[in-house]
Design a protein around this ligand. Structure first.
Ligand code: COA
Length: 179
């Protein structure tokens, strides 16, 4: 069942039937590297992390072209600060680079401000993830801080960026995006 819609994608609840696809996506080297995961995922790991995501946050499957293509969600809720963190990956290689990422991102951020009444949404990204940072900036996120040498990758130490968006900045980008 669709819960949220962008211009091209829908976001729906994660179902147990999605777990094998999520396992494949999260173990795909391109997703694994950029999501900064540390260990390969078993199906049981996926089940446990999806169950935790449901109790601690708002996880969604991204649906495009009639099928599940990725995951997006909000977690790390801090009610005192009216904040949460977001994460996203388009797992299906066939549909990466078609603009579905930004569409899912806009729909999720709108949900965070309109329905969950958040004040601010934050994320961490590897500082050399140019594709993701381009997308985040297009949605209106700004760089708040750089965390040096945060992760050890196979090619050396990597910095992270902390990025965030508030309600006013989003109202400007959503008007020009048209959702
Ligand atoms: C990041 C991700 C969600 C983006 O979704 P997507 O649907 O593939 O996004 P697209 O590539 O269609 O669009 C992203 C934008 O970045 C641009 N872009 C693509 N590659 C780029 C690069 N190397 N440098 C800068 N910009 C780039 C695209 O042109 C597009 O911009 P536009 O809309 O202005 O044309 C997806 O690629 C993904 O899941 N990557 C692996 C996991 C990941 O990095 N997740 C984020 C972790 S913080």
């Amino acid at each position: 069942m669709t819960l949220l819609s962008g211009k091209h994608v829908q976001l729906r609840r994660v179902e147990p039937d999605d777990y094998p696809a999520i396992q494949t996506w999260q173990n795909d080297p391109e997703v694994f590297y950029w999501m900064d995961y540390e260990h390969a995922f078993s199906l049981d790991d996926i089940r446990r992390s999806e169950e935790r995501a449901c109790t601690e946050g708002h996880p969604f499957v991204i649906v495009a072209e009639g099928r599940a293509v990725g995951r997006i969600g909000l977690n790390n809720f801090r009610s005192r600060d009216e904040m949460a963190s977001l994460y996203i990956f388009v797992g299906d290689r066939e549909v990466r680079g078609k603009g579905y990422g930004i569409d899912a991102l806009m729909a999720l951020i709108a949900y965070g401000f309109d329905v969950l009444n958040l004040r601010k949404i934050e994320l961490w990204t590897l500082a050399h993830n140019e594709r993701a940072i381009h997308m985040y900036k297009a949605a209106g996120l700004v760089e708040d801080a750089r965390i040096p040498e945060r992760s050890y990758k196979e090619d050396g130490w990597a910095d992270h960026l902390v990025m965030s968006i508030d309600r006013d900045s989003f109202s400007r980008t959503r008007t020009s995006y048209g959702i």
